[in-house]
Design a protein around this ligand. Structure first.
Ligand code: PGA
Length: 247
């Protein structure tokens, strides 16, 4: 049985002091969760959030990393920095980074390999645009994204990873994929992992759904056989995250 994993993605929200206040709100609300609970927060919030959630069931993640170890990369943060600050997870390849910051599948692959080399758990994002869905190429597209992101990743490493399927048309729009749509693509992702690595890895890897997950729809989505939890944007900034994490 795979343990569910519910992760918040705060995006570019919450100053450090706001972040600490939000943690205080969320701590009691997620305390009873049977899932792994993760808050992925802006880089500047990692240290205060790690402090704020110390001793609780909340783990911390970054929203991005750079694939070089150190050096002249102004504005970037490294895997070592994230780890030393006390975070365990890192979101890689979110559609907003692909779109606004021109991250390619090849860059995402380099980031995945660096995170794994250093011992961070990557949450690798994939998902199609509305146009791609209408063209009927959703599954092909997502398969390609996953295959490239996982180049050079061993079966052992893949087992511990997390994939987030996030249809771009559902992110921040209030339009959630139907449970059937979400389950269909999450199953297709598990199938491609099975083709590449075999059944053991496919059974172990955790696949989240993301895109307008809220307190009302979370339980039904997370009950699907191939959906092992969610990556939650807007609703992770409020008390709803407690309902989602215990769904
Ligand atoms: P949303 O964002 O829950 O606000 O749709 C999800 C995400 O981008 O991870």
């Amino acid at each position: 049985m795979r343990k569910k994993i519910v992760a918040g993605n705060w995006k570019m929200n919450m100053t450090p002091s706001e972040a600490v206040a939000l943690c205080e709100t969320l701590k009691p609300l997620v305390a009873e969760s049977e899932a792994d609970v993760v808050l992925c927060v802006p880089a500047i919030d990692i240290c205060p959030v790690v402090e704020a959630v110390r001793g609780t069931n909340i783990a911390v993640g970054a929203e991005n990393l750079y694939y070089e170890d150190k050096g002249a990369y102004t504005g970037e943060i490294s895997a070592d920095m994230i780890l030393d600050a006390g975070a365990k997870y890192v979101i890689i390849g979110h559609s907003e980074r692909r779109d606004y910051f021109k991250e390619t599948d090849a860059i995402i692959n380099k980031k995945v390999l660096k995170a794994l080399e250093k011992g961070l758990i990557p949450i690798v994002c994939c998902g199609e645009t509305l146009e791609q869905r209408e063209q009927g190429i959703t599954i092909d597209w997502v398969r390609m994204q996953i295959k490239i992101a996982f180049q050079g990743v061993s079966a052992e490493q893949a087992k511990g990873m997390v994939i987030a399927y996030e249809p771009i048309w559902a992110i921040g729009t209030g339009v959630t994929a139907t449970t059937e749509q979400a389950q269909e693509v999450c199953k297709a992702i598990r199938d491609v992992i099975c083709e590449v690595y075999g059944t053991d890895t496919a059974e172990a890897i955790r696949i989240q759904y993301g895109g307008s997950v809220n307190a009302k729809n979370a339980a039904e989505l997370f009950a699907q056989p191939d959906i092992d939890g969610g990556l939650v944007g807007g609703a992770s900034l409020k008390a709803d995250f407690g309902v989602i994490a215990t769904a």
